[in-house]
Design a protein around this ligand. Structure first.
Ligand SMILES: [Zn+2]
Length: 730
C-alpha cells in the first residue's frame, strides 16, 4: 500500500471487488470526497467510461458515467451520476465546429449544454454537469477532477506554469484559466493529442484533472499528485519559518476563547440584522487556530482584498470577504460595531461598482451586495448562507481559500481570478438558470425559531411542525436530554446538510437542543447567547413550557406551589420576552413571540385555582407584551384545552384520577395508551367539534402565528380547544 503524509489512502480491494462498475465509481467518489484535502464540498467530479448493453440495439456501447449537476462526492450515490453515450458526446464536436459563433464563453458554447440530454443513455434523469466535456474528451477511461487546496495553491500562484513543470515534470500539463465548458474540454483533448505521455493537467486558478486506465490506478494517481504538491508546499513553508511567519507574521493576538464567545454572542444578532436587509441569513462562526492565524496576520488585509480563486469557492464566498481592521487588544465592542458599519457600507458600494464595471447587456440583475464572509482580527470568521448548511459551506470554502493563500504565498505570490472572469462565473446565464430551477424556498426558510418546552408534548410537536416548513429549530427544555432528543429526531430526519465547517456549537445542523430554566434570567440569556453562536440570531420564540400543580385533596394549594405555578406560567414567559427583546432590538428584524395560555384562563373551576389564575395572567401578558414589543415583534397566545395525548401534564396517575372523577370505567392493568384514549374521548365529547384534541392541532396554531399568514394579528389569543362555549373569549 502506498504511504502518504498529506492525504489518506483509503482504497480497499476487498470492498471494491464486491461492487459493479458504477458501484466502484460511487465508491471511488465517496473516498475522494471524504478527505477535505482532496476536494471541497460539492466540488470536483469523477467519471468512468464503461461498456454497457444498449437498450435500443442490445449491442455493447461505451457509456460515460460522470457525476451530474449538483450533489457532493462525499455523499454521492448512484443517483448523482449521469450516463451518456460517449460517441454521441464526441460527435457534438462536429456540431460545435460548424457554429460560426463558437468560442470561449460564447452562446454556441453554452448551447452545447442543452445538447447533453440528447446523449442520455438509458433514460437516466440526472442532469449533466458543466464539466461533462472535460471527462468525455480526455482519452483516459477513468478521470478525476479535484479541487485540492495544495493544487489550487499552485494554480493560484503567479508562476503556476513554471511551478507545475518544476513539481511534476512533464507528466502534468498546464492549461490557463478558462471558464469550464466545451472549449476547456477541447483544449484538454488537444493537450492529450499533442503529448500522449501527459497523465494530468493543472487547471490555472481552478484545480486539476487526472486519469488512468483502471479505477484504482486513477484514485492512486490523484492522491500521488496531491501528495507531491503538498510536500513541495510544506517544505517551502517550513523553510520560510512555518506558522510563526505565515501571512507575514502576526499583527494582532487572538482573544481567549471565553472572550471570543462573549464578543461573538454580543455582535452576531446585530450583524445578522445588518446583512439581512434584503433577505435573512443564517450564520456560522469559525475560530480555530488556522483561521485565527490568518485574521490576526499582517497580510490578512491585503490577501482578503484579493479575493478567492477557485470558482467553486467564490460562488459562495463572493469575490472577496469583508475584512475589518479592528484591534482586539486596544479597541472595544463599540469600535468594532462602528468599523463593521463603515466596512459594510464600503463593501456594498464596492460590490455595486464591480457589478456595473463587469456586467453585460444580458446579465441578470445585481444580487444581494452584502458580504457572505466577515473576518475580524482576534475573533475569527463569520460566514452567512440562506440556511445552516449553506453557511457551513461558505465557511468551509473560505477555510479552503485561506489554505490556498497560505500555500501560494509559501511558494510564490498568490493571484486571484481577474474580476471580469469572476463576474462571468457569478452571473453566468447557465448559473442563473440553475438558480431559477431550484425549488421555491419554504415558508419558514431563513428563520430560526426557539421552542421552549420542546422536550415533550405540544412543544415537541411544534418543533417538528415548524421544521417541516424550513425553520431552524432551537429545542429548549428544562431537561437538557429531552431538548437534545427532539433536536436529534429533527437532524436524523432532515440530515445535517453539507459543508464541513463551524467551531463548537456552530458546527450544528438544522436543529440544536439546549437547556434553560425560564424562571432564571441568566439561564435564558445564556441560552440565547448559544443560539447566536449556533445560527447568528433568532426570529421567533414559542413558549410552550408550563406547569399544572393540582390542589391537595381538601382543595387547598400550598403557598410554594402557588408561587411555582406563577413563576413558570407567568414570570417565566415574561422573563423570556424581556430578555429576548434586547436581542430582537439589536437585530432589528421582525419576529414573533407566541405564549401558551389555556381555556382555563377564562373558565373558573374547582381544584385548579393557581393554574387558572396564572393562565388568566398569561392572557393579559400577551396583550401587554404586544404593546411593549410593537412594531418589531408580534405577540400572540395559543389557548389549548385538555390535550391528553403526548402531554407531560397528563402522567398515568393523573389520567386515572380523572377517569375516576368522571366515573369512566377502566381497569388497573389497562395500558396507559388505552386510558389516555378514553379520557381524550371523554373531553372531546364535551366540545362542539366532538374530536379529541391532539398536539398536532396545537402545533398548527403556533405555525400560523410564527408564519406571515396572520401578519396583521398581534395581542390575540387563539383557542384550540375543540369548541368550549364556556371558554369563548369575550
Ligand atoms: Zn472544478
Amino acid at each position: 500500500m502506498p504511504s502518504y503524509k498529506f492525504v489518506n489512502f483509503l482504497w480497499d480491494d476487498a470492498k471494491a471487488a464486491t461492487l459493479d462498475p458504477v458501484g466502484r465509481l460511487v465508491y471511488r467518489s465517496n473516498l475522494l470526497g471524504s478527505d477535505q484535502r482532496i476536494t471541497n464540498t460539492g466540488g470536483g467530479n469523477t467519471s468512468s467510461k464503461l461498456i454497457e448493453k444498449d437498450p435500443l440495439t442490445g449491442q455493447p456501447v461505451e457509456v460515460l458515467w460522470v457525476k451530474g449537476s449538483g450533489g457532493d462526492l462525499r455523499t454521492s450515490t448512484r443517483e448523482n451520476f449521469s450516463s451518456l453515450y460517449q460517441q454521441k458526446l464526441l460527435d457534438l464536436q462536429k456540431l460545435y465546429a460548424a457554429r460560426a459563433d463558437k468560442g470561449l464563453k460564447s452562446t454556441a458554447e453554452d448551447d452545447m449544454v442543452g445538447m447533453y440530454p440528447h446523449a442520455t443513455f438509458n433514460l437516466n434523469p440526472r442532469a449533466s454537469s458543466i464539466d461533462t466535456p472535460l471527462h468525455s474528451f480526455i482519452p483516459g477511461k477513468f478521470v478525476d477532477h479535484m479541487h485540492p487546496n495544495a493544487i489550487i495553491a499552485i494554480a493560484a500562484s503567479e508562476n503556476c506554469e513554471k511551478l507545475t513543470r518544476e513539481i511534476f515534470g512533464g507528466e502534468m500539463a498546464y492549461v490557463k484559466w478558462m471558464r469550464p465548458g466545451f472549449e476547456l474540454g477541447l483544449a484538454m483533448q488537444e493537450i492529450c493529442r499533442a503529448n500522449p505521455k501527459v497523465k494530468s493537467i493543472m487547471m490555472g486558478q481552478h484545480g486539476f484533472i487526472s486519469w488512468a486506465d483502471n479505477d484504482k490506478a486513477c484514485y492512486t494517481y490523484t492522491l500521488d499528485c496531491i501528495e507531491k504538491a503538498a510536500a513541495y508546499i510544506e517544505a517551502k513553508y517550513e523553510a520560510k519559518g512555518g506558522d510563526a511567519t505565515a501571512f507575514g507574521g502576526p499583527k494582532y493576538q487572538a482573544l481567549d476563547e471565553s472572550q471570543r464567545r462573549a464578543t461573538f454572542a454580543a455582535i452576531l444578532p446585530w450583524l445578522r440584522g445588518q446583512v439581512s436587509k434584503q433577505k435573512r441569513f443564517i450564520g456560522t462562526i469559525q475560530d480555530d487556530a488556522k483561521i485565527l492565524r490568518f485574521v490576526n496576520s499582517k497580510d490578512a488585509a491585503r490577501l482578503a482584498e484579493l479575493g478567492t480563486s477557485c470558482p467553486d469557492h467564490f460562488l459562495r464566498t463572493k469575490i472577496k470577504p469583508l475584512y475589518v481592521d479592528w484591534n482586539p487588544q486596544t479597541e472595544n465592542l463599540a469600535a468594532l460595531k462602528a468599523k463593521l458599519v463603515d466596512g459594510l457600507e464600503a463593501y456594498r458600494k464596492d460590490y455595486a461598482a464591480y457589478y456595473e464595471r463587469c456586467k453585460h447587456a444580458n446579465s441578470p440583475a445585481m444580487r444581494d451586495p452584502n458580504p457572505t464572509v466577515v473576518l475580524i482580527p482576534g475573533l475569527g470568521m463569520i460566514a452567512w448562507g440562506k440556511d445552516k448548511s449553506e453557511s457551513r459551506v461558505t465557511a468551509e470554502f473560505y477555510n479552503c481559500a485561506v489554505e490556498v493563500m497560505r500555500g501560494a504565498e509559501a511558494i510564490d505570490r498568490y493571484v486571484s481570478l481577474p474580476q471580469q472572469e469572476a463576474f462571468d462565473i457569478e452571473y453566468w446565464l447557465l448559473e442563473e438558470a440553475k438558480l431559477k430551477r431550484m425549488p421555491a424556498e419554504k415558508e419558514l426558510a431563513r428563520q430560526v425559531v426557539v421552542v421552549i418546552g420542546a422536550g415533550s408534548g405540544i412543544g415537541k410537536e411544534t418543533a417538528h411542525r415548524l421544521v417541516k416548513d424550513g425553520a431552524h429549530i432551537v429545542a429548549v427544555d428544562l431537561n437538557a436530554e429531552a431538548a437534545q432528543a427532539t433536536a436529534k429526531e429533527i437532524t436524523d430526519k432532515y440530515g445535517l446538510g453539507i459543508g464541513v465547517a463551524g467551531t463548537g456549537i456552530s458546527n450544528c445542523g438544522p436543529a440544536i437542543g439546549l437547556a434553560a430554566n425560564i424562571t432564571d434570567r441568566a439561564s435564558i440569556r445564556a441560552m440565547l447567547d448559544q443560539v447566536a453562536l449556533a445560527y447568528g440570531g433568532f426570529d421567533s420564540i414559542c413558549v410552550t413550557a408550563g406547569i399544572f400543580v393540582p390542589s391537595d385533596t381538601t382543595g387547598h394549594i400550598p403557598d410554594e406551589k402557588w408561587a411555582t405555578t406563577f413563576a413558570i406560567n407567568v414570570t417565566g414567559s415574561y422573563l423570556v420576552a424581556d430578555e429576548a427583546a434586547k436581542t430582537w432590538r439589536e437585530q432589528g428584524l421582525r419576529g414573533n413571540l407566541v405564549l401558551t395560555t389555556s381555556a382555563n384562563a377564562v373558565v373558573a373551576k374547582k381544584g385548579s385555582v393557581a393554574y387558572d389564575t396564572s393562565k388568566a395572567a398569561a392572557n393579559h401578558l400577551v396583550r401587554e407584551l404586544a404593546i411593549e414589543l410593537a412594531p418589531l415583534v408580534r405577540v400572540n397566545g395559543v389557548a389549548p384545552a385538555t390535550v391528553v395525548q403526548g402531554s407531560a401534564m397528563f402522567p398515568r396517575d393523573r389520567v386515572i384520577g380523572s377517569l375516576a372523577k368522571y366515573h369512566i370505567p377502566y381497569t388497573d392493568d389497562e395500558p396507559t395508551e388505552s386510558l389516555v384514549r378514553k379520557l381524550a374521548q371523554f373531553y372531546a365529547d364535551r366540545t362542539l367539534t366532538k374530536s379529541p384534541i391532539t398536539p398536532a392541532d396545537q402545533a398548527e396554531a403556533y405555525f400560523l402565528l410564527v408564519s406571515q399568514r396572520l401578519s396583521k394579528t398581534t395581542g390575540q389569543v387563539i383557542t384550540v380547544d375543540g369548541g368550549l362555549h364556556e371558554a369563548f373569549l369575550r
